[in-house]
Write a protein that binds this ligand. Structure first.
Ligand SMILES: [Zn+2]
Length: 220
């Protein structure tokens, strides 16, 4: 799977998908990949349920094929990436107190019924993947800035969490958020300064890199 920034939303995507000029290169040998096939999938969001065409490209040298997925459907799931992401983030946001899968569904997908099994799967699969992906991303980032000792730099900030926050889980999460924000800011700043990447405006390039590392076919 490769993620491409085709355009903004699903309607625009449907209009341009057969006319757009796509130039992608094989991640193994660098050769230009060519159109191979296409297939239809269902796309569901709170606004629309529709069928969309997914293109498949092939490297003729290596014989590998990649489905070219738009960012708004960046996985094998049928539901909009960003709406699903919002759902999982809110479900896991313990600072707002526990909320049931069903209640959150009514809040975020008022016009789209989602089965309990599907919602549970979203949450479960993210937890499993996070455990695998987190150390890999950290390792990658640390390779970009090898001289930074991230943990010692962040210690004062972690200790600055107000003492009135008694909940250990919450403190741990806040610390993690601070860590990730700092890592993100530092990394994107390095990219900006060196002008070696357009990570800021095209984050899917970085996501593709992570997917390559994992040779995974699903994201989130
Ligand atoms: Zn190739």
């Amino acid at each position: 799977m490769r993620l491409l920034d085709f355009c903004g939303d699903v309607n625009a995507y449907k209009r341009i998908i057969f006319t757009i000029n796509i130039e992608i290169h094989c991640s193994t040998c660098g050769a230009l990949m060519v159109y191979h096939a296409c297939y239809e999938v269902t796309y569901k969001s709170n606004e629309i349920i529709t069928k969309i065409i997914i293109l498949r490209y092939k490297c003729k040298k290596c014989n590998v094929t990649h489905a070219l997925k738009p960012e708004f459907l960046a996985s094998r799931h049928q539901y909009d990436t960003f709406q699903r992401q919002k759902y999982i983030l809110q479900y896991n946001d313990i600072s707002k107190g526990p909320i049931s899968l069903r209640r959150l569904c009514c809040k975020l997908f008022p016009s789209l019924p989602v089965s309990h099994t599907v919602m549970y799967y979203w949450v479960r699969v993210v937890t499993t993947k996070k455990a695998v992906i987190e150390p890999l991303i950290t390792k990658e980032i640390q390779e970009y800035s090898p001289s930074c000792d991230i943990s010692s730099e962040l210690l004062p900030e972690a200790e600055a969490i107000p003492s009135w926050i008694r909940n250990k889980e919450y403190s741990k999460d806040v610390t993690k958020i601070i860590n990730w924000s700092r890592i993100y800011i530092r990394t994107t700043a390095a990219f900006r300064d060196n002008k070696i990447s357009d990570l800021n405006i095209r984050p899917f390039i970085y996501i593709n890199r992570i997917l390559d590392i994992l040779t995974a076919h699903v994201f989130l």
